[in-house]
Design a protein around this ligand. Structure first.
Ligand code: AMP
Ligand code: GLY
Length: 392
């Protein structure tokens, strides 16, 4: 590869790519840029760009692009669409009911056991899910989503609560063909001990020792492959990253959600373990050719540094110093340079500090040592990433 552009990019990727000031949803500007600069392959990151139809437009114009069309990306953007596919094709997931009316939803929820799982049906940046432990909390969540229009239009899915360890299974799909990536586990809750509100993810690690090869195989054969096949049968073939957010229940792995893109922060601990060239994988998926993946047995573990207050109203423009002292990889999630060229936070989740080692304990120590080398007083992090795996 000769050259990478990133739109819009940030201070982190600027070391590898030329950053271009175009928003990922500005499809026509992206198309224009790709044509003028002879971009050979475009890889889509965020779901908002997929939903804006960037893949559809590039394909119409005959440009190579890695990612699902906006119709296929509905597997993430519409939880109801995802559920309908799963029910129709027998893909294991929790039972559910859909509501647009508050009174009906509340009447249903209050007759069902707790915890109540309530999901907003639309993109909500990982914040549209409430697992309510009390009926008061459930009622408040339904009010927010159906009456106060906090999120926009208002449709919710009430789902069966599934118990068990969660894991993230990302695959690259190309029509019916599925390339499984290594597993990771995310940590969705804001605070230690899985307490506090749901977030986009506060840390992750790979591999996941308590998911056996047999369970992984079962997840691939009963979930990821049949889903890719179902999308083809439905006339919305999926090319891109098909991300299964799975839970290992007593009846085997089941789907909590699908995403249509790389998971964040899982990707930061999975892709460093890929030893073969990821460009080969992207090209194989787009061109429908074959490719083999090689993985390192090393472990990676990463901890997110987030702005105080996240996922609620959070501190802005917090200074960050000492990144150059980190020995492992530090990924920029939300950073910017201020008027004086100093690095500051520019988002809720700010940095992902990753460690690598022969096992998860080593990777954990490396990540913690790097966190101690970074000065960022306005940021907080969880101190128990990987505990479930490290305890085994
Ligand atoms: P989602 O955005 O759908 O991945 O949901 C966010 C988090 O809520 C998940 O990672 C789970 O921890 C939890 N969750 C969602 N759906 C369920 C469910 N049906 N049963 C138990 N926990 C759930
Ligand atoms: N970490 C979960 C996600 O990317 O949605």
């Amino acid at each position: 590869m000769e050259k990478i552009y990133c739109a819009p990019g940030n201070a982190g990727i600027a070391a590898q790519a030329e950053c271009v000031a175009i928003q990922p949803t500005d499809v026509e500007a992206l198309l224009d840029f790709a044509r003028k600069n002879g971009v050979d392959l475009t890889v889509v990151g965020p779901e908002a760009a997929l939903a804006a139809g960037v893949v559809n437009r590039f394909q119409e114009e005959g440009l190579r692009i890695f990612g699902p069309t906006k119709e296929a990306a509905r597997i993430e953007s519409s939880k109801e669409f995802a559920k309908q596919i799963m029910v129709k094709y027998g893909i294991p997931t929790g039972d559910y009911a859909t509501f647009t009316d508050f009174d009906e939803a509340w009447a249903y929820v209050k007759e069902r056991p707790l915890p109540a799982v309530i999901k907003y049906d639309g993109l909500a940046a990982g914040k549209g899910v409430v697992v309510a432990m009390s009926y008061d909390e459930a009622e408040a969540a339904l009010r927010d989503m159906l009456l106060d229009a906090t999120f926009g239009k208002g449709k919710v899915i009430v789902e069966e609560f599934l118990a068990g360890p969660e894991f993230s299974f990302m695959c690259v799909a190309s029509g019916e063909k599925v390339y499984p990536l290594e597993l990771a586990q995310d940590h969705k809750r804001a605070y230690d001990g899985d307490k506090g509100p749901n977030t986009g993810g506060m840390g992750a690690y790979s591999p996941v020792p308590f998911i056996s090869d047999e369970v992984r195989r079962q997840a691939l054969e009963t979930i990821l492959k049949p889903t890719a096949k179902a999308m083809v049968s439905e006339g919305v073939p999926f090319t891109g990253v098909l991300y299964g957010g799975l839970i290992l229940t007593e009846q085997g792995p089941k789907v909590i959600e699908f995403n249509a893109r790389f998971g964040d922060p899982e990707t930061e601990v999975v892709l460093p373990r890929l030893e073969s060239d990821i460009l080969d994988l992207f090209e194989a998926a787009v061109d429908g050719t074959d490719c083999e993946l090689r993985w390192s047995p090393d472990a990676c573990l990463g901890v997110v540094l987030a702005a105080e207050g996240y996922p609620g109203k959070y501190a802005k423009a917090c200074p960050i110093n000492g990144l150059e002292n980190a020995r492992g990889k530090v990924y920029h999630m939300g950073t910017a340079s201020d008027a004086d060229g100093r690095l500051v936070s520019a988002g809720g989740r700010v940095l992902m500090v990753t460690g690598r080692g022969a096992d998860l304990a080593e990777a954990n120590m490396a990540a913690l040592a790097d966190i101690a080398r970074i000065e960022a007083p306005g940021l907080f992090h969880r101190t128990d990433i990987g505990r479930q795996a490290l305890a085994k």
